[in-house]
Design a protein around this ligand. Sequence first.
Ligand SMILES: [Zn+2]
Ligand SMILES: [Zn+2]
Length: 236
Amino acid sequence: MRIFSLLAHILFPASCLCCQKRTATQYLCDSCRDHLTLNIRHTCPHCRKRQTSRGQICMECLDISPLDGIFGVLSYKDPIVKECIYAFKYAFVQSLAEPFGVRMSRRLQHEDIPLCDIIIPIPLHPLRFRWRGFNQAQLLAESLIEHLLPFHTIPLRTDILLRKRFTKTQAKILSQKERRKNLYNAFSFQGDPSSIQGKTLWLIDDISTTNSTLAECARILKKNGAKEVWGITLAR
Ligand SMILES: [Zn+2]
Ligand SMILES: [Zn+2]
């Protein structure tokens, strides 16, 4: 067991982060998992102003945005959602990926979002990966795949999108221009473009605050032939 997850187990004895009910191993009990506030305000991933029914691109941004939509499952405005995601990312409570994946899959099963051919988690820089010990987006993607479709396992690819440059957290940068500069050359495509050509892809991440990371990854994937790219996030 990694020292950090060991520490997390000491800091967070196995009880639900939400209702504090004692559980054997779960940090989010089934009932609280099912009652986390859903995100119901979906907006265009580019202008972020116009509301669209599923977070798809609005008519005005149709030709500008590489993303076809961003669908955030839970509401990041809910303090409990925020706290759980914080525990997941920074207190190293990896097991939260399971209830999160269940919740994501249940919601996505009922949404009219084009089903993807391939799922790609937003990669972490190797340095951040070493520090955290896991990529939270990958754990969410794995759990989502496990629960989404009963008779089909959507392929997960972690080898075609690479994070080359260590970047500052996008949410901490205020201007659009600075954000673009921060992401310049941060990601690259690796391998054979024919693996994604004409395909619909879902990019998975924990939260989408500025959308700029998802948009940059979508840009690279579209440049290499992807037909449609959606950002699917745990919260928005
Ligand atoms: Zn609970
Ligand atoms: Zn728009």
